[in-house]
Design a protein around this ligand. Structure first.
Ligand code: RFL
Ligand code: PHB
Length: 389
């Protein structure tokens, strides 16, 4: 098989890139290891920047997102007993949209057949070849037979554990990493949210986040030690923790319900420099990870593919390689600022095991200052809604 761009991975970055290329008349094929249900079963992001929602609008795949997404004009940072509202619309003129990654992915998957976007699911042993030459290709096993996909370029959209990043030789790269000494235990349940807007809380018992997917579906997280396993937690115990942290500060209090999903995600900051090697380009989680505090991961994947799709269209339609040559510098400038924001919000809102009374007072002083400083609230708001492309 032959195509112009082979895209590895059908998560948000691979699907968005595939649709953007298809819309511009560039041939591409998406090769995904998992089955569609597995991809849809991962409960991840919930908050979309306008960079992401604008891409869905540009693609004309925004009807359900516009009908069901919740437009949020603000969010809250909290201590044990105080709520500090960040009025993002008053401070920036913008908003964020609460719409689950699962829903966005489903919309992109459902639109694929009608638009001629080919996605090969359940492709085993995906491997990249000849990325340094002029004729790269991808091989994979489908239904027991090895397939070869020849292409002009490969887009590595295969997340943190995929093969694309690993195909780049060690001498050509530099890695930057910070692993945090805790994870987030998340629960999804069909109960009304405890508050109309998100709350990120730094409590004496640790960090907690009250989020949502709709007016009837809540998503909560609490900070847990890395040694905890999800089996260590009963639903009742988790609801008790959430009620203790959010009942004193939320509008409606925590409503309990049966868990639709419970899982633990470790927290990490990671940047892989380079995002290009020969004819391979990385985008999304394959090149960088942010801790979920600040909700930047999916939104960074969207900005990467906005840059990359324009660059690939320039090269393949106009014969102009300038966009491809500038891709990594443009993408990394935005990535590092999102890394900084997610790292600083993680430091401000979590209890670190190595911290003592002094560090706790520093966090309290910063939150107290934030409560009274429009300048500081503006800086947080403009990062939260997303820096311009
Ligand atoms: P993904 O979503 O990991 O998709 C990669 C795809 O590649 C496939 N793949 C392979 N395909 C072929 N061959 C192989 N060998 C392959 N290996 C892997 C995988 O099966 C998969 O389908 O990466 P992508 O597309 O770059 O998207 C990134 C986002 O998923 C991620 O950044 C966000 O989920 C991060 N994130 C959040 N981001 C936000 O913007 N806002 C949020 O509110 C937010 N909350 C979160 C989050 C991530 C979380 N976890 C669990 C990591 C909350 C959590 C808890
Ligand atoms: C979520 O709803 O899953 C969510 C919201 C905000 C974050 C992270 C995750 O910062």
């Amino acid at each position: 098989m032959k195509t112009q761009v082979a895209i590895i991975g059908a998560g948000p970055s691979g699907l968005l890139l595939g649709h953007l290329l298809c819309q511009a008349g560039v041939d591409c094929v998406v090769v995904e290891r998992a089955a569609p249900d597995y991809v849809l079963g991962r409960i991840r992001a919930g908050v979309l920047e306008t960079v992401t929602t604008d891409l869905m609008t540009r693609l004309g795949i925004d009807a359900r997102m516009k009908a069901e997404g919740l437009v949020e004009a603000g969010f809250n940072l909290a201590t044990n007993d105080r709520l500090i509202r960040i009025d993002i619309t008053a401070l920036t003129g913008k908003h964020v949209t609460v719409y689950g990654q699962t829903e966005l992915t489903r919309d992109l998957m459902d639109a694929a057949p009608g638009r001629g976007l080919e996605i090969v699911y359940e492709a085993g042993d995906v491997a990249l070849h000849e990325i340094e030459g002029d004729s790269p290709f991808v091989t994979y096993v489908k239904d027991g037979a090895t397939q070869r996909l020849d292409c002009a370029y490969i887009a590595g959209c295969d997340g943190f554990h995929g093969p694309s990043r690993k195909a780049i030789p060690a001498h050509a790269v530099r890695e930057f990493e910070r692993v945090y000494p805790f994870g987030w235990l998340g629960i999804l349940a069909d109960v009304p949210p405890c508050h109309d807007e998100l709350i990120y809380a730094n409590t004496d018992a640790g960090f907690a986040l009250a989020s949502m997917r709709s007016k009837t579906r809540s998503r909560y997280y609490i900070q847990v030690p890395l040694t905890d396993r999800v089996e260590d937690w009963s639903e009742d115990l988790l609801w008790d923790e959430l009620a203790a942290r959010f009942d004193p500060i939320s509008e409606h209090g925590v409503t309990r319900g049966r868990a639709l999903e419970m899982s633990i995600a470790p927290l990490r900051s990671y940047v892989f420099e380079t995002m290009r090697h020969g004819r391979l380009f990385l985008a999304g989680d394959s090149a960088h990870i942010v801790p979920p505090t600040g909700a930047k991961g999916l939104n960074l994947a969207a900005s990467d593919v906005a840059y990359l799709s324009d660059a690939l269209v320039g090269a393949l339609k106009q014969g102009d390689d300038a966009g491809l040559d500038g891709y990594q510098a443009k993408a990394l400038a935005r990535i590092w600022k999102a890394e900084r924001f997610s790292w600083s919000l993680t430091k401000l809102m979590h209890r670190f095991p190595e911290d003592g009374a002094f560090e706790h007072r520093m966090q309290a002083a910063e939150l107290d200052y934030l409560a009274s400083s429009t300048a500081m609230q503006t800086a947080i708001a403009e990062n939260y809604v997303g820096l311009p492309l």
